[in-house]
Write a protein that binds this ligand. Structure first.
Ligand SMILES: [Fe+2]
Length: 680
C-alpha cells in the first residue's frame, strides 16, 4: 500500500515537472515567425460589454473635503524625476460656472526615502479648465484645481554638497563619473522607494502618505519589471475587472494607449451613458461630454460604503463565480470564491481593490490621447481635459506638446505619438520624431517601443484601415530606426501581428499589438473584415482626424481587394475579449509579452496570448535598411515573406500548448470556443 502511494506521488511529481517544463519551454518566440494566422472567436458565454458605473456609485464619490488632494497620479518625467498630479477644490457644472482661482491653493509635494520623514519638498503649478457649451439646454463645466509638481532630488540645501561632489570628481579627472554622479546626486535614486504627501501645508491640507518605486536608470541591463499596457479603458464594471487584474500583475509602470474615460458618451446633463453617441444622441448640437466622469475615473477612491457586499455580489454575477466568504483587511476586502463553472470547483482568494487613484498614485501612468479625448467645445477648443489633467514629459523630450513625447524607462525608449494632430512628414510631429530617433543611443536603450491610439495593422471590421494616411506618412521612418514593438488601442479586442512592414511580412518590421480591450461601454469588437459580409464599405471607418487613404491590396492573396477573404497573413493571433497586456523586458534581446484576459483573473498562470519578442539588431541594423527610409509608398510591396513551414519541434510545441492550456480553459469556462481556422 505504502509502495503504491509512493509510486503515485512520484508519478504526480514527474507529471508536474513535465507540465511546468513543457509550458516554460513552449512559449513561442518571434524568431519562429511568421506564424500562421489564428483566430479565437468571442466566447458567447461572456457578455460583450457592461454599463458604466453610475456617478452615484460609492466608488466614484469624493471622499475628502474640498481642499484636500484627490485623484492623485504619477507620471514619469525623466529617469530621475517624477510628476505628481492631483486635484483640489470643487468642480462645478451648470448654466453658469465660475472658474476657481488656482492661486488660492499651493502645490506642494513632501517626499523622502523613509516613511513619515520627508527630507525634500518641491512646489509646482496649478490650473483649471472649463468645458463650455453655449447651446440652449446644455450645461457648462469648470474643473477643480489641477496641480502638477515635478519631483527629483534637487534641493537648495543640497547645492553645496552637489558642488563639493562635482569638485571631488573633477579632481579624479573622470568625466563619466562626474556626469553619472551628478545625474544620480540631483535626481531620484533609481529603484528606490519614495514616500510622499501632496497638497497645501498652509491650510493644512496634505494627503495621506503615498509611496512609489523609482524606475531604473537607462542602460542595456536595467529594465522596469513589468510594463502594463491598457487601451480604451472606460469606467464600466469590465474596466474595474481589468484594473483589478492588472493590479494582481503588479506593474512597475503603465502605458495607457488612449480613450480613457468615455465622458463623451454622455450629454452634459449626465444621465445614463450610451454605447454609441451618434445613434443615441442624434440631436445633440455638438458631441457633448459629461466632465464629472473624468473626476470619477481619476478618483474611485476606497470608502466605507464600498466595503459592503453589494459590489462583490455584482462582480460575482458578472464573473460567474460564487463568493463564499468575505472579510475586511488592511488592503481592502478579501474574499473567497468558487468558480461556478469550474469542473474542479476549487476555492481561491483575492482582494477587492478600487479603480484608478489607488493604482496610479503608486505606479506611474503614461497616457497618449485617443479619439475620446478630443471633446470639442465652444470656439473649436479640443482636448482640454486631456491636456490639463495629465502630466507628460513633453518639455523633457523636446516636443513641447502633450500630444506626442518620448521618455526612457531603464533600457527602453518609449515614443508616444499623436494620431489626432498633424502626422504628415512635413509637420512638426514628424520633425520631432526624426530628431528623437536620431538622438537615440541603442547601446543605452536597446529597446524602442512606440505607442499611439489607432492601430495601423488591424483585421477587425471596426476601424479597418482607418489610419492608413498616418501609416503611409510615418511607417518608413519608424521601420528605418528599428522600432521593436508598437502598441495601440482603439479596436476593442486583441490582435498580435506577425512582424510586418508596409503590409509585407518582414523579420525587421515592428511587432504590432492591439490592446483596445480595456472594458469600455462601447463593448468588445467581434467582427473581422474578412468575415463574410463584414468587409467595411468605403464610407465606413472615417477617422476623426486626418484624411482617408483606404487602399486595395496590390499583391498577395488579397490582391485587388479592400478586404482579405481570410485572416490576413500579417495577423498572427486575434481574440475578442477584454484584457490588458504585460511586457517584461528580460535583457537587450528578449522580452516576454503576455496578454491577460479578464475572464482569467481568478486563475493561476492563465493567459490569452504569450510570446517572447526577440530583437535581432545584427540582422536589422539601420544601415541594412538605408534605402527604405525614403520609401513612402501608398501601396504594399510585393509579398516576399510568406509563411515558414513550422519545424517539427515547433509543431509539437504548438500541439502541447493547445492541449495543456487551451483545452483546460475551455472546460473551466464550460463553453465551447468556436475556433476558426486554427492552425497549423
Ligand atoms: Fe478610440
Amino acid at each position: 500500500m505504502e509502495l503504491c502511494k509512493l509510486r503515485m506521488a512520484i508519478a504526480i511529481i514527474l507529471q508536474m515537472i513535465l507540465h511546468v517544463g513543457v509550458i516554460s519551454q513552449c512559449i513561442p518566440t518571434t524568431l519562429e515567425g511568421p506564424f500562421m494566422p489564428v483566430t479565437r472567436s468571442f466566447d458567447p458565454s461572456l457578455r460583450r460589454g457592461s454599463d458604466d458605473i453610475p456617478m452615484d456609485d460609492p466608488r466614484l464619490k469624493r471622499n475628502v473635503t474640498s481642499m484636500f488632494p484627490e485623484q492623485i497620479a504619477l507620471a514619469i518625467s525623466s529617469p530621475t524625476s517624477m510628476w505628481v498630479s492631483w486635484v483640489t477644490g470643487d468642480s462645478q457644472i451648470g448654466l453658469n460656472v465660475t472658474p476657481l482661482d488656482p492661486s488660492t491653493v499651493a502645490s506642494e509635494v513632501w517626499y523622502g526615502k523613509e516613511s513619515g520623514k520627508y527630507s525634500m519638498q518641491k512646489t509646482g503649478d496649478s490650473m483649471v479648465y472649463s468645458q463650455l457649451y453655449p447651446f440652449e439646454g446644455l450645461q457648462n463645466y469648470t474643473s477643480g484645481i489641477i496641480h502638477h509638481v515635478k519631483i527629483d532630488g534637487k534641493q537648495a540645501t543640497q547645492l553645496f554638497s552637489i558642488a563639493t561632489y562635482v569638485m571631488l570628481n573633477l579632481l579624479h579627472s573622470d568625466i563619466h563619473a562626474v556626469s553619472i554622479g551628478l545625474f544620480m546626486k540631483i535626481g531620484l535614486e533609481p529603484g528606490t522607494k519614495y514616500y510622499y504627501k501632496c497638497g497645501d501645508s498652509a491650510f493644512p491640507a496634505m494627503s495621506e502618505e503615498q509611496a512609489f518605486q523609482s524606475l531604473p536608470l537607462p542602460g542595456p541591463n536595467t529594465y522596469p519589471s513589468r510594463i502594463a499596457v491598457i487601451g480604451d479603458l472606460g469606467l464600466t464594471s469590465n474596466s474595474t475587472t481589468t484594473i483589478d487584474h492588472l493590479i494582481e500583475n503588479d506593474p512597475s509602470m503603465i502605458l495607457m494607449v488612449g480613450d480613457l474615460t468615455y465622458a463623451n458618451q454622455y450629454l452634459t446633463t449626465g444621465g445614463k451613458g450610451a454605447s454609441c453617441f451618434s445613434c443615441s444622441f442624434p440631436n445633440a448640437p455638438i458631441r457633448e461630454t459629461y466632465q464629472p466622469r473624468w473626476d470619477g475615473w481619476g478618483r474611485a477612491e476606497e470608502s466605507e460604503a464600498l466595503k459592503g457586499s453589494l459590489w462583490i455580489v455584482e462582480r460575482a454575477v458578472r464573473e460567474f463565480v460564487t463568493v463564499v466568504r468575505v472579510r475586511e483587511s488592511e488592503s481592502g476586502v478579501e474574499f473567497e470564491f468558487q468558480c461556478g463553472c469550474s469542473s474542479s470547483g476549487a476555492q481561491e482568494s483575492g482582494i477587492m481593490r478600487r479603480f484608478m487613484e489607488p493604482l496610479i498614485s503608486r505606479v506611474p501612468m503614461m497616457v497618449i490621447e485617443g479619439n475620446h479625448e478630443i471633446e470639442p467645445q465652444a470656439a473649436e477648443i479640443t482636448f482640454k481635459s486631456y491636456l490639463t489633467r495629465f502630466s507628460v514629459p513633453s518639455e523633457e523630450s523636446g516636443s513641447n506638446t502633450n500630444f506626442y513625447y518620448s521618455f526612457d524607462a531603464g533600457g527602453v525608449h518609449f515614443i508616444m505619438l499623436g494620431a489626432y494632430v498633424d502626422y504628415n512628414n512635413t509637420g512638426a510631429q514628424y520633425a520631432w520624431l526624426k530628431k528623437d530617433l536620431l538622438n537615440l543611443d541603442r547601446s543605452i536603450t536597446p529597446w524602442l517601443v512606440a505607442a499611439w491610439h489607432p492601430p495601423w495593422y488591424n483585421s477587425y471590421s471596426s476601424h479597418y484601415q482607418e489610419f492608413e494616411c498616418m501609416r503611409q506618412e510615418m511607417e518608413a521612418l519608424l521601420y528605418h530606426y528599428g522600432v521593436d514593438i508598437v502598441l495601440s488601442g482603439h479596436v476593442h479586442a486583441y490582435e498580435r501581428m506577425n512582424r510586418v512592414y508596409n503590409y509585407t511580412l518582414d523579420p525587421c518590421g515592428p511587432l504590432y499589438i492591439t490592446v483596445g480591450d480595456g472594458g469600455n461601454i462601447e463593448q468588445v469588437d467581434v467582427d473581422h473584415a474578412d468575415d463574410l459580409g463584414k468587409c467595411p464599405s468605403a464610407g465606413d471607418n472615417v477617422p476623426e482626424f486626418g484624411g482617408v487613404c483606404h487602399l486595395n491590396f496590390s499583391s498577395g492573396p488579397a490582391k485587388g481587394y479592400f478586404c482579405w477573404d481570410r485572416q490576413p497573413e500579417w495577423s498572427a493571433y486575434r481574440e475578442s475579449s477584454f484584457g490588458h497586456g504585460i511586457l517584461e523586458v528580460l535583457n537587450s534581446t528578449y522580452a516576454l509579452w503576455t496578454w491577460h484576459r479578464n475572464q482569467d483573473i481568478y486563475k493561476q498562470d492563465s493567459h490569452g496570448d504569450q510570446i517572447y519578442i526577440v530583437r535581432q539588431p545584427q540582422l536589422c541594423s539601420i544601415t541594412s535598411k538605408e534605402s527604405d527610409v525614403t520609401i513612402l509608398t501608398s501601396q504594399p510591396k510585393e509579398t516576399r515573406g510568406g509563411f515558414k513551414i513550422p519545424s517539427f519541434g515547433a509543431f509539437i510545441c504548438y500541439l502541447l500548448i493547445t492541449t495543456l492550456i487551451l483545452l483546460p480553459r475551455t472546460k473551466c469556462m464550460g463553453t465551447g470556443r468556436r475556433g476558426r481556422r486554427v492552425s497549423p
